[in-house]
Design a protein around this ligand. Structure first.
Ligand SMILES: Nc1ncnc2c1ncn2[C@@H]1O[C@H](COP(=O)(O)OP(=O)(O)OP(=O)(O)O)[C@@H](O)[C@H]1O
Length: 634
């Protein structure tokens, strides 16, 4: 806030406009003390006088003091602008926020209602409201608020649609925050900048509309001091007293101009980066525990916090559903790290997201089961999923900078995650736990860094904080989706070492999603290799590297840089991962496989003894040389 104010003051035009608006506000509040006369007292002996020592801005056709009426008019103008914009914000922003965030039928219904409302011209709507409720400033401004609220609704919807796709929202969902919390504490502050700008500009517009309605005699009762009314009254007498329209005319023009210049300035300053502008109230988080889920089927094996069986995920396509994950089964033990590895598009991320119930819009689990700590995830509603997310399973995303909310301090974000799972902790205990979490992820001087914002951290540091956020509730399962891809090699190694250490110390089951076999070798105990939505091989990492059984695994390993130097080009895998709408009828890897036979095309190949290949035994070894030769040519 301090930074924004300082930057605003450094811009002469914006500072002048802000000063002008502030002055109008002060005049409005102190009007009774500042006005030299009662604005309604008439003096027929002194009508239509020019400026004089007695009446600095002269008198009007009823002998009323123009300066006093101008001062009281500021009160009407301020009330009209504030009232209108506040009502419009209160109606438009929540509706737009919900429509944009929830999408689906909510959005469709609201947008159609908005279309209908848009079809009615604004002024006609204002006249209709005034006709029903009667003239008067409040009624007139209610009409204007309704029109403004539609505008705020469209703006908030568009902003929420954009924010909802950002990773910090996914991170908030995966840490178990309720929808209300996400909307009010995560998304809304990030929408603040454009809303503030729009509000400032609307204040000027509201003032102009109030003046116009008063000018037409539809605003305040005749006689009351309003700038529009003063202007309207002066038009009939301007030949006798040409000065009369000037004071209200200038007041309206300059105030509207000031609001617009201020709005532009605020927009420019906020566009350069936003800060926390939300009140520092402690969030009221509803206590929620697994006890609220009586239907959980406990799996017999307590040592396996993540058990995925036969998982399939599909998205609606032009010609029916497209399956992007097919019958994936993975089990991860406590203190074990499973690498989910494969080329881009092989379904790794969708598998991870399905575990947290955060598939992108349209995506759905079409078959299989997912048990986290014995709790079935598939088919559960959002409230039940919230109980599991964050507390039992958490996720770390690739780019830490977009996974953290840019407008909240680190202390606030980690603190919120802590409170979310331990609502009864005192402020001091929450702070202690935050420091402990930052220490756990090896952030130096954690006390001091709690007040910093994400942009004050390097990529590696920010990723540690994301991991601290994920660990806030001691989850049994941590899904890390390419957690080191956005980082340099040294930082990558530090993060992997830290994950390994946390896994051993806390007993967390980790799923490490990566396309990099080097990461698997470094940080995983077992690996599941995915191709075109299926797991094609699963084995202990040592076995996988020593004796890969699937031709795809073998090709991936051959394509790995060894660091041995030399001029030899790395072999590549011929062809590319097929689109999920055009899969081979048999083995999905067959079109790229060097050891393919007719049998491979005959029927889908099942996963047997950890590998999905008809030639997993000795037979394909013979073809391997041919495969590598072919790869090298590519
Ligand atoms: N929102 C979506 N709508 C439709 N299809 C999607 C959507 N998101 C992903 N997919 C499809 O799902 C498949 C699997 O994607 P996924 O992101 O899981 O792959 P990945 O192995 O994690 O790849 P990457 O490493 O590039 O993230 C891809 O074919 C992709 O096109």
């Amino acid at each position: 806030m301090k930074r924004v104010v300082l930057q605003l003051l450094r811009r002469p035009a914006t500072a002048t406009a802000a000063g002008f608006v502030l002055a109008i506000g002060v005049i409005a509040v102190l009007a009774p003390a500042l006005a030299p006369y009662d604005p309604l007292t008439q003096d027929y002996a002194r009508t239509l006088e020019g400026p004089s020592a007695d009446h600095l801005l002269g008198t009007d056709y009823l002998g009323r003091d123009v300066l006093s009426r101008l001062v009281f008019g500021a009160r009407v103008a301020a009330q009209a602008s504030l009232q209108t914009v506040s009502i419009a914000l209160l109606i438009g922003v929540p509706l737009g926020l919900i429509a944009g965030y929830r999408s689906g039928w909510w959005d469709r219904v609201m947008m159609r209602l908005l279309d209908v409302a848009d079809a009615i011209p604004g002024l006609v709507l204002a006249f209709a409201v005034i006709a029903v409720l009667g003239t008067g400033l409040t009624n007139a401004m209610i009409a204007v608020s309704i029109i403004f609220s539609m505008n705020f609704m469209r703006l908030s919807r568009a902003l929420a649609l954009g924010e909802r796709e950002r990773l910090y929202v996914d991170a908030a969902r995966t840490s178990g925050l309720t929808q209300r919390n996400i909307l009010l504490r995560q998304i809304l502050p990030n929408m603040a900048a454009p809303l503030i700008v729009q509000s400032t500009i609307f204040m000027g517009t509201a003032l102009l509309i109030e003046a116009a309605l008063s000018f037409l005699g539809l605003g305040l009762e005749t006689g009351s001091a309003s700038w529009g009314g003063m202007l309207s009254g002066s038009t009939r007498w301007q030949f006798q007293q040409p000065f009369l329209p000037w004071p209200p005319g200038l007041a309206i023009t300059l105030t509207v101009l000031a609001f617009n210049v201020l709005g532009d300035g605020v927009r420019d300053v906020l566009a350069g980066g936003t800060r926390d502008r939300t009140p520092r109230r402690r969030p009221r988080v509803r206590a929620r525990r697994a006890a609220a889920q009586p239907s959980l089927a406990q799996l017999p094996d307590d040592d396996v916090p993540l058990d995925v069986r036969g998982l399939s995920v599909a998205f609606p396509g032009e010609d029916g559903d497209v399956e992007v994950v097919s019958e994936v089964s993975i089990r991860v033990r406590r203190g074990e790290a499973l690498g989910l590895v494969g080329e881009s598009g092989s379904g790794k991320t969708m598998t991870g997201r399905a575990v947290l119930g955060i598939l992108p819009a349209g995506g759905a689990v079409t078959a299989g089961s997912i048990h986290v700590d014995g709790a079935q995830i598939v088919g559960r509603d959002e409230a039940a999923l919230n109980d599991v997310r964050g507390s039992r399973v958490a996720m770390v995303f690739q780019d830490p900078m977009v996974a953290l909310s840019p407008v909240h301090t680190i202390g606030r974000q980690v603190g919120q995650a802590v409170r979310n799972h331990a609502p009864t902790l005192s402020r001091a205990d929450v702070r202690r736990r935050c420091v402990e979490l930052l220490e756990m992820v090896r952030i130096a001087d954690p006390e001091a860094r709690l007040g910093d914002y994400p942009h004050q951290f390097s990529g590696g540091m920010a990723q540690r904080i994301v991991i601290a956020l994920a660990l806030a509730s001691n989850p049994s399962v941590l899904i890390a989706d390419e957690p080191t891809t956005a980082l340099d090699v040294t930082t990558q190694q530090e993060i992997l070492d830290m994950l390994t250490d946390l896994k051993q110390r806390l007993g967390t089951a980790i799923v490490l999603i990566t396309h990099d076999l080097g990461v698997v070798a470094d940080a995983c105990d077992r690996a599941a290799v995915m191709y075109a939505g299926q797991v094609v091989e699963e084995a202990a990492v040592d076995d996988l590297f020593a004796a890969p059984r699937h031709p795809y695994t073998r090709a991936l390993l051959a394509a790995m840089p060894t660091g041995a130097g030399g001029d030899d080009r790395l072999p590549t895998i011929p062809g590319r991962v097929p689109p999920m709408t055009a899969l081979a009828p048999g083995c999905r890897f067959a079109p790229r496989c060097a050891v393919r036979t007719d049998a491979c095309d005959a029927a889908p190949v099942e996963l047997g003894a950890g590998v999905r290949c008809l030639h997993a035994g000795a037979a394909w070894q013979a073809g391997d040389a041919a495969h590598e030769r072919r790869s090298q040519v590519q």
